[in-house]
Design a binder for this molecule. Structure first.
Ligand SMILES: Cc1ncc(COP(=O)(O)O)c(C=O)c1O
Length: 433
């Protein structure tokens, strides 16, 4: 117990410690409840390890002896999956490709970390475009660009920092590419769930920016990247009309449409991928977080060029090519999600949560713009200070959630959330107003 109490102090001696003031008890945490080893308090978890833990803690199917034995055995070795193949890897890839990534997306790449998934999506698009322009290995390609949105968050690695533009603290003082950034036409909702801003005008601003980007960069645009819903930038939702516009520009200007589903994907929205709510498909989708193994899936547009990154060795690669323990865990998650119909469950629970929040906002008036689908919901307060204070009170009321954009709070519910747990979360929000 003495060591448990000093976890933060121990870490502080050697690294930055700016996370939650709890010590996660991995044995006692269960379902939607995150247990603190120090205080023995339990928290209702709408943080879910930054939207990365889909099925609650210590799910009974994870602790069944047969599975427990299998994952323990796999964890003893750490194969370089890009070069050394195992039965467990093939089982995972088959399961993911037939039950998670949709039909027509049969080109997969696995890596550890979301930002690296995006890096490789960008590399796929650059390689594709460069070859279309007739370039050869050795030719300069610094003129190729990726169009992206204001308030986008795609990670904090080399290429992705040129796209990420939320809090400048995350990208300032690092060299970046000057790639075209377009207006973000996000929807604002009234408390009946109707669009309350002039969304058509906002989308035409984005169209103007797109036209300007294409007239400046012409056929050097390799891709357009967008989060189907921006998470870090403020839980910003888009209309299908906007995503369709991006699809049309990508087709008409011969560039690849990339969806960043790292925060929204893997049943987070109730469907396997958020783009399926809109019915507008990308050419490449990047995934991470809940999938455990990160990476991309791509349609056959990438095959329009010979020697593309899915056929030529070593163009995109990493030693571990993901991680085998993550693969075994990911396969189990898919089995659990399908067996328990958790996509359907979270669609219903998410709708109840949003309805409850709207009723609360109508009565109390503390927050506005309640929005969300499935496990992903949010609302906005008047000022950053009010938002920060509310998050603090929620923590006191043992409800974990996250900041989003300058003034919003986002909830990332476990997919197993029950009706009673939604009511419990609403009560805790209410007591935190
Ligand atoms: C939409 C989106 N893209 C990319 C990333 C980067 O993922 P990672 O933190 O695993 O590198 C995140 C992480 O929050 C994200 O939300």
């Amino acid at each position: 117990m003495a060591f448990t109490r000093s976890v933060h102090e121990t870490l502080k001696k050697y690294q930055l410690v700016d996370g939650f003031d709890v010590v996660f008890d991995m044995e006692k945490s269960h379902g939607v409840w995150l247990h603190d080893s120090v205080t023995q308090e339990k928290y209702l978890d709408c943080f879910t390890c930054f939207a990365s833990w889909p099925i609650g803690y210590n799910h009974p199917m994870m602790t069944e002896p047969e599975f427990f034995n299998k994952i323990s055995k796999v964890s003893i070795n750490n194969p370089a999956n890009s070069d050394l193949y195992t039965r467990e890897m093939a089982e995972f890839v088959e399961m993911f490709a037939t039950h998670a990534s949709p039909d027509d997306f049969n080109n997969h790449f696995w890596v550890a970390g979301g930002a690296l998934a995006i890096e490789n999506a960008l590399k796929t698009a650059f390689d594709w475009k460069a070859r279309k322009l007739g370039r050869k290995i050795g030719d300069a390609c610094e003129d190729l660009v990726i169009i992206h949105l204001r308030e986008a968050f795609h990670g904090r690695s080399g290429y992705t920092m040129s796209l990420t533009n939320t809090d400048p603290v995350k990208t300032g003082l690092f060299p970046k590419f000057d790639w075209p950034r377009i207006h973000n036409p996000c929807i604002e909702y009234d408390l009946d769930g109707n669009v309350s801003n002039d969304i058509a005008a906002s989308e035409s601003q984005s169209k103007k920016d797109l036209d300007a980007a294409f007239s400046k960069h012409g056929d050097k645009v390799a891709g357009i990247i967008v989060e189907p819903m921006q998470g870090e930038g403020g839980d910003n939702h888009f209309r299908s009309e906007f995503l369709q516009m991006l699809r049309d520009y990508s087709d008409n200007h011969d560039c690849l449409l990339i969806f960043d589903e790292i925060q929204t994907g893997f049943w987070g929205s109730g469907k396997p991928w958020m783009w399926q709510h809109h019915g507008i498909a990308p050419d490449i989708a990047a995934f991470g977080k809940k999938t455990q193994v990160c990476g991309i899936y791509a349609n056959n547009r990438v095959k329009e060029v010979d020697n593309n990154v899915f056929t030529m060795s070593s163009r995109i690669n990493s030693t571990w090519g993901g991680n085998l323990v993550d693969m075994v865990r990911s396969k189990r998650f898919i089995e659990i999600i399908l067996q328990e119909d958790l996509g359907e469950n979270i669609l219903k629970r998410g709708a109840e949560f949003v309805t409850g929040l709207r009723a609360m906002a109508k009565e109390k008036g503390t927050f506005t713009n309640v929005r969300g689908v499935g496990s992903l919901s949010a609302f906005t307060l008047d000022t950053p200070e009010a938002r920060d204070a509310m998050i603090g009170r929620m923590m006191e009321n043992k409800l974990l959630a996250l900041k989003s954009g300058p003034r919003s709070i986002r909830f990332r519910m476990p997919l197993i959330m029950s009706k009673d747990e939604v009511s419990d979360a609403l009560r805790r929000v209410d007591s935190s107003l």
